[in-house]
Design a protein around this ligand. Structure first.
Ligand SMILES: [Zn+2]
Length: 252
């Protein structure tokens, strides 16, 4: 058992979460019990994740995608009511870290994705490492677009959608997990051969072809599974809690 505030302060210090201008609240979003033992992590606080948390008797649900996004309707009705009622009725805390979890240089989504894919991190293009979310570095060996696609599919267990911007080998690569396809031009300006993110828009195809950079849309969910699990493991390594990561499958 541990006090909720100790865990939240530890995560705030680790992630430097108050440095970020974000589209949502980072930290405690819905208050539950004050002392806790069981923490469930997942990518998104969907009803399916909450149902797992209730069944497991979790005290905290810790996610990358929580609630209360900028511009979302504020009324607590329908689906939103159902989710919040599930948390309140079961005294479960909801804690979310969005951009601070993308950016963290060791446990963040970008850092963990690089680790899984064997890429070395050289820095962040948009800001110093630890604050920036557009990472760049090198694959473990130069490889063709096709070889990179096969490697990503092998590791993430999901085939990426590939837009070939050229047919030379990939030697320098940039990436940002999730829905960061519009960072492709910043990646192209930085002179990398390929950019990897989660989602793709119609315009991304033209941006890739016309700027001569290959684009890999590797899945929003698939690229963001690893940071929140790493954060849960980090908590469990130093506090008397039990951690369980639950992957609610999502093809997007
Ligand atoms: Zn995301």
């Amino acid at each position: 058992m541990i006090a909720r505030n100790i865990l939240i302060h530890a995560m705030e210090d680790l992630l430097g979460s108050n440095r970020f201008k974000d589209y949502t609240i980072n930290g405690l979003q819905v208050e539950g019990c004050e002392r806790l033992e069981k923490i469930m992590t997942g990518v998104t606080a969907s009803q399916a994740l909450l149902d797992e948390a209730v069944a497991w008797e979790a005290d905290m649900v810790l996610v990358h995608h929580g609630y209360f996004w900028k511009n979302e309707p504020v009324a607590i009705t329908g689906m939103k009511h159902q989710r919040i009622a599930t948390l309140l009725n079961n005294d479960i805390n909801l804690v979310a870290y969005h951009l601070p979890l993308d950016a963290h240089p060791e446990l963040g989504n970008n850092a963990m994705l690089a680790k899984k894919l064997g890429w070395s991190v050289e820095g962040a293009i948009d800001a110093p490492l630890g604050e920036g979310i557009l990472f760049f570095g090198t694959p473990d060996a130069p490889m063709s677009n096709q070889a990179m696609a096969a490697h990503i599919e092998n590791v993430l267990r999901r085939p990426p959608l590939v837009i070939e911007g050229h047919n030379r080998d990939i030697r320098k690569i940039a990436w940002c997990t999730g829905g960061a396809q519009d960072m492709i031009s910043a990646a192209a300006d930085a002179g990398v051969d390929a950019f990897v993110s989660g989602e793709i828009s119609e315009r991304t195809t033209h941006l890739a072809r016309e700027q001569g950079i290959s684009y890999f849309s590797a899945g929003h969910h698939a690229t963001e599974r690893y940071g929140i699990e790493a954060l849960g493991n980090w908590l469990a390594a130093q506090y008397p809690i039990t951690h369980r990561f639950v992957d609610i499958d999502n093809p997007a």
